[in-house]
Write a protein of this length. Structure first.
Length: 242
């Protein structure tokens, strides 16, 4: 489902002191406007996650309660690729600061109840993503590595590592040293490793800050990339909905 073909969007107006940003996404619905830095940060991570098909901000969702038509506009709607696991295929998301959620819990109760009804109507899961869940090392990793998704990866790192260590784990610094022994200069070795991590041909725990100390491993071609292997999708699946 291309989300922009199914949902109208609330226009984000510019006002004095407000935040408005256009996030350039390669997902089917294209670039999206956000009205908070947290929303932009979450979009960057979701767009990098391999299980995400499409994203849309400020979708206007129609649903009924006791025969009466209602509308609800969450911050983000996410459509995931088809999968054989049991996690949701679609999420509607409210983005809030945790301090705000705690201080204004009673004020948000009615809004979040509407969100749950709207989500149920779509067969989606409602989630609240706060700054603690959004501002993790994965944010930096996604922003650094996502540039490599714009081009096909240079597979030289996979070829050399597979010949040298098979599917055993190795630190990035050691992998670069190994590639230099095979006449691949450091900048090219590093770029190939980053590209292959971005394309998930090399596995890496991206919940930790990516760098020379990171542990990577050549992924077997028959090894499935599961949604919940990805830190932001795992966090989204585990996030509160109350």
């Amino acid at each position: 489902m291309v989300l922009r073909e199914h949902f109208q969007q609330r226009k984000i107006e510019s006002t004095f002191g407000s935040f408005r940003s256009l996030v350039p996404l390669n997902t089917p619905s294209g670039p999206q406007e956000t009205e908070s830095e947290l929303e932009s940060e979450l979009l960057d991570q979701l767009a990098f996650a391999p299980g995400v098909y499409d994203l849309l901000t400020q979708p206007i969702i129609e649903y009924e309660v006791d025969g009466k038509r209602r509308t609800y506009t969450p911050d983000i709607i996410v459509q995931l690729h088809a999968s054989g696991d049991l996690s949701a295929a679609r999420y509607i998301i409210e983005v809030k600061r945790r301090a705000d959620l705690i201080a204004n819990a009673s004020n948000y109760a009615a809004k979040f109840e509407a969100a749950r009804r709207a989500a149920d109507n779509l067969g989606a899961a409602f989630r609240i993503m706060d700054d603690i869940r959004i501002r993790t090392p994965y944010l930096r990793n996604a922003r650094m590595l996502s540039q490599h998704l714009e081009t096909d990866p240079e597979m030289v790192s996979v070829d050399i590592l597979q010949d040298a260590v098979g599917h055993e784990a190795i630190k990035v610094a050691d992998a670069i040293a190994l590639m230099r022994q095979n006449c691949v200069e450091e900048p090219d070795a590093r770029a190939s490793i980053e590209q292959c991590v971005a394309w998930r041909r090399l596995t890496c725990d991206l919940s930790l800050e990516f760098g020379d100390h990171s542990v990577i491993r050549v992924r077997d071609l028959g090894e499935r990339v599961l949604r919940l292997d990805d830190p932001i999708l795992r966090s989204l699946d585990e996030a509160d909905a109350a």
